[in-house]
Design a protein around this ligand. Structure first.
Ligand code: ATP
Length: 408
């Protein structure tokens, strides 16, 4: 994060970042929503909870957030995903009220957020640094905001106890943050945000302080907790796997703009353009003129592939249009040169590199044009998975319905 840290993000005074009692009025009690099949954005009758319209924020004439519009629905786990400097934190900070947009509007359940200071917004932000009070126990860290808001003592005790239970930290209630692991500190920060019952929780790279293994375990925990409390989570992350694992929908950002919004599967299977296709996972790209286009199939002529590439559906371009196709490495099949390969798209290549990753193998196969195709294959535990050797000739291929058209 580059912008100045808001007062609430330092360990000296975390509480100022939290909204006041107004936030509590939005959700009187924690809700329980099951996210299985929960797709409110597909239902025209459901109003978005948060509406971001044409938001622009510039620094010294440079548009860090450039005309962004987004609708986010109640109960979603929504991720803003993009590389460093793409504007995701700036957008989150405008939602939290730490930055004011130059133009555009932000509203929540019809309430205009822009004129409201952070503490009057019905949302709460959990910072990367967790911003815990080092001298207070876990319990007091969590209770702090409620006490400051004058919540009655009994209610504070009850709410803190419930939320400690939710994040599975009841037995650590009297410890100080320095006596906790990174993952436990993360859960205290989460508990402190949830105890105020905000309508929306903003999370800025919430797992970045954790090592890989703990991060993976915590991803599931966080989603479980989000589903239990039913609060809308909006998370900033640069980690595509994290976004894919946790989100109902992802907005992919590049250079201040949103380039695609969709469910993890939509974004992975149908990337709208080259940036998304290459940012989310890896992809083999082939370019060439469209030479066939029927209702149920199409084909491009690709010099790099060494002939026609068949596609299992019609393509929305006219014949001759220079078209880019994307094929994911796990959808490419590989076989010994003497084994038959009954796929419409197949070619001969030479094995250039083999990487053994434990659970999978990655092959780099050079086609006759010199283009290198990346192929991944699960490690099925038999020695046959490791039968290929460098420099041997192999068949590679894929089914016509396995590739997608990618916009430039
Ligand atoms: P990261 O993952 O590295 O935090 P990000 O996508 O969150 O990246 P932002 O922090 O939103 O990126 O920054 C977007 C752009 O705005 C960057 O080019 C950054 O240099 C610029 N920027 C952010 N805050 C300020 C500021 N206070 N003053 C000037 N430029 C800023």
């Amino acid at each position: 994060m580059i912008a100045d840290e808001p007062a609430g993000s330092s360990s000296a005074n975390p509480s100022q970042a939290e909204p006041n009692g107004k936030g509590r009025e939005c959700i009187p009690e924690m809700l329980t929503i099951s996210q299985d099949g929960y797709q409110p954005w597909t239902d025209a009758g459901i109003e978005p909870q948060l509406r971001i319209e044409n938001i622009v924020k510039s620094f010294d004439g440079f548009n860090a957030v450039d005309n962004v519009s987004l609708d986010i629905y109640r109960g979603e786990f929504f991720s803003l995903l993009g590389g460093s400097g793409c504007g995701k934190t700036t957008l989150l900070r405008m939602l939290a009220g730490f930055l004011t947009p130059d133009s555009g509007s932000l509203s929540m359940d019809g309430l205009d957020l822009v004129p409201l200071p952070p503490y009057e917004r019905p949302l709460n932000m959990m910072f990367q640094s967790y911003a815990l009070f080092p001298h207070m126990t876990v319990e007091n860290n969590i209770a702090f905001g409620l006490r400051r808001d004058g919540v009655p003592k009994d209610e504070v005790a009850e709410r803190v106890s419930k939320v400690l239970d939710l994040v599975q930290l009841s037995e650590f209630a009297s410890r100080k943050p320095s006596q906790l692991s990174g993952g436990q500190r993360q859960r205290v920060a989460l508990a402190r945000s949830l105890v105020k019952r905000p309508s929306v929780l903003l999370l800025d790279e919430p797992l970045s302080a954790l090592d890989k293994k703990l991060r993976e375990a915590t991803q599931y925990e966080l989603v479980n907790i989000q589903q239990q409390v039913g609060i809308t989570f909006i998370m900033v992350t640069h980690d595509q796997e994290e976004a894919m694992t946790m989100s109902t929908r992802i907005a992919v950002m590049d250079k201040g703009k949103i380039v695609q919004v969709g469910s993890p599967a939509e974004i992975y299977e149908y990337p709208q353009n080259r940036f998304v296709a290459t940012f989310i996972g890896s992809v083999n790209l082939f370019e060439g003129p469209l030479v066939e286009n029927q209702t149920d199939h199409a084909a491009i002529e690709s010099d790099e592939w060494g002939g026609k590439i068949q596609v299992g559906r019609a393509i929305g371009y006219s014949l001759g249009h220079n078209t880019t196709l994307g094929i994911r490495p796990e959808k490419v099949r590989i076989a010994k040169i003497h084994d038959p390969m009954a796929l419409a798209n197949r070619a001969v290549g030479r094995m250039k590199d083999i990487a053994y990753l434990g659970n999978s193998l990655v092959y780099h196969v050079a086609l006759q044009s010199g283009k290198v195709l990346k192929i991944t294959s699960p490690n099925l535990g038999s020695t046959s998975d490791r039968q290929f050797v460098r420099d041997e000739e192999v068949h590679v291929g894929w089914a016509p319905n396995a590739c997608v058209v990618v916009e430039p």
